[in-house]
Write a protein that binds this ligand. Structure first.
Ligand SMILES: [Zn+2]
Length: 210
């Protein structure tokens, strides 16, 4: 089980203006990111935890779910977190044409702009699947694919205690963008343990630049 997969190393060779994997490490910043929400069963408790610790994060939302749970999206924005685009319906991107992929991106930007007033949002493709063509389409539009540099593996159905132990053994570094999800309580249960420890180690927590 590796928390820094080879693919991430590959992605780091793209110009940062096209594909970002890490962010500024100033002030020992870590960037918590949550994919696949908003989720009425899990997002509220996570927001409470983040609020209690004064942690700002980034939520890569599925457009269809944002439409379904608008009050949750409003709360995410009101509490100072940043919205990211995680497609409209979370399809396998390699099963879609480039046009279909682009529609998924733009439709979600429109949904999210109703909440935060921004026309564009950093885009993270479902399951991290992307093609060179899509990357070029983003570059052509002067837009950015937003990846991660640290995969917490919170989607593998493992026990949060086991995952937290793995993260302690292979700790994040300043500037790491950390992949998590808010469609289960795994990230919440890991972070209840880890946020206080990371704070003790001098880390701060920021949203990705909008
Ligand atoms: Zn996803």
């Amino acid at each position: 089980m590796t928390l820094r997969p080879k693919k991430m190393q590959l992605l780091q060779w793209f110009p940062d203006a096209v594909v970002s994997t890490r962010a500024s490490g100033a002030e020992q910043a870590l960037y918590l990111t949550f994919d696949d929400g908003p989720n009425p069963s899990h997002t509220p408790a996570l927001l409470e935890l983040l609020g209690r610790h004064g942690v700002k994060a980034t939520f890569f939302l599925i457009g269809r779910e944002a439409e379904r749970y608008p009050q949750l999206v409003e709360r995410i924005v009101e509490e100072g977190h940043v919205l990211g685009n995680h497609s409209y319906s979370h399809p396998m991107f390699d099963a879609l044409t480039l046009t279909e992929q682009w529609i998924e991106v733009e439709r979600t930007d429109q949904v999210l702009s109703n909440f935060d007033g921004r026309t564009h949002h950093g885009f993270r493709p479902p399951r991290g699947v992307f093609s060179l063509l899509l990357t070029l389409r983003f570059a052509f539009s002067r837009r950015k694919l937003s990846y991660w540099s640290y995969d917490t593996l919170d989607y593998q159905g493992r026990e949060p205690d086991e995952l937290a132990a793995r993260l302690r053994a292979s700790p994040p570094r300043a500037g790491d963008v950390m992949l998590m999800h808010d469609d289960s309580d795994c990230s919440l249960r890991m972070l209840e343990q880890l946020i206080p420890e990371w704070k003790q180690h001098g880390f701060t927590f920021r949203s990705l630049p909008a």
